[in-house]
Design a protein around this ligand. Sequence first.
Ligand code: PLP
Length: 461
Amino acid sequence: MNRPLKNYDIAELKRLDLAHHLPAQADYKLLEDIGGSRIITRAEGSTIYDGEGHSLLDGMAGLWCVNVGYGRDELARAAYEQMLELPYYNTFFKTVTPPPVRLATKIAQKMSVGNPDLQHVFFNSSGSEANDTVLRLVRYYWQLKGEPERNIIISRKNAYHGSTVAGMSLGGMSFMHAQGGPMVPGIEHVRQPYAFNEGFGQDPAAFAQVCVDDIEARILAVGPDKVAAFIGEPVQGAGGVIIPPEGYWPKVEALCRKYGILLICDEVICGFGRLGQWFGHQHYGIKPDVIAMAKGLSSGYLPISAVGVSSKIVEVLKTGGDFVHGYTYSGHPAAAAVALANIEILEREGLVERTRNDTGPYLAKALTRLNDHPLVGEARSLGLIGAVEIVSEKGTNHRFGGKEGTAGPLVRDLCIKNGLMVRGIRDSIVMCPPLIITHEEIDRIVDVIEQSLNEAEPKLR
Ligand code: PLP
């Protein structure tokens, strides 16, 4: 798109940012020390540009979300036209607007593939809010069923389910639990299926069983009739792109069915094509009762999230009168119109199938090149999400400095210097590019990671 470039006074913006704006998940003192945040001013396709003349290939699709890439005129137009017709109305008090109805119908069509009971959608504005809805919804379901003591939710250590109080409590990140507690009670965290760190060298099927046994042991410890639900991301994203071993998800599903526990999939990252299916659980062939989705739902163009709910649950909700839960922006018409147009792009351009059959396998193959690198312990991916584990000793999972978190940030910073936006999570470099990424851009991602590892090696050794 040929839009005139705006001129920003970057030095002034940085000064004002430090003076007045508190950015997300930041060390405010450190930001001050380094002179403020990088100011991103525009983007096109899979490339972002900062105000100081740098361009970066966006290996993270923003924050795991810009699935259709940047600069989509069609999405801007969908928002504009909806805003002129009806910028806002709510879904409280027996009113609704057309876009959320159409969007819910479209989502139901996608999520019911292989799981015909998944037919209903509740809207929110963020992934965290979606998980707040999930928490209240499943506990309320069991109250209505006459089992109010079934209120324990089992989640995993190192899971990420958001930053609201419910989101961070459902999540399993101990450094988040340590700030601003107390957490929501009644949430238990079990072993994560992180084979490289916790099942190193083990047979994948045996490690899957170890993880599932840990869930079962916790169910038995708290009492099977006290457990409301199990929640998990099909692939843990913010935890470090943890792809569970073969067999893990079907075994977890079987365990939920054995004890009559609801199965919740947090599809906030995995939904809308990331793993090469519309939803991540479809890749694993399981049938959750509830799913949370956000990010790729609108490719981040406007904030919107949703909770997919099975008819089995909705039939029970119908016995309870008002479900007194909802947000001012639940079903926001402009956000819903954009999400609908975004799904139409994913469909029209075949981006989900392309991820499954073309770019996903291409990324997996390109990453195998890194397996020969002396600092790489493992390079893994599924669809268009992947991670490279950095180790101090080839053939082991030992980390530099004898502790986690030394190499990841260093290599990440080198990647950014070399023109690639990725994240460093502990000692891994993670990537999650837009689904429009080309083969050439995938090669560039791998080349820049390799170059950055080469530059990091003498600094680390
Ligand atoms: N759930 C998962 C799996 C996520 O990855 C995220 C965000 O990264 C969230 C929930 C929270 O979403 P939000 O940041 O939109 O609140």
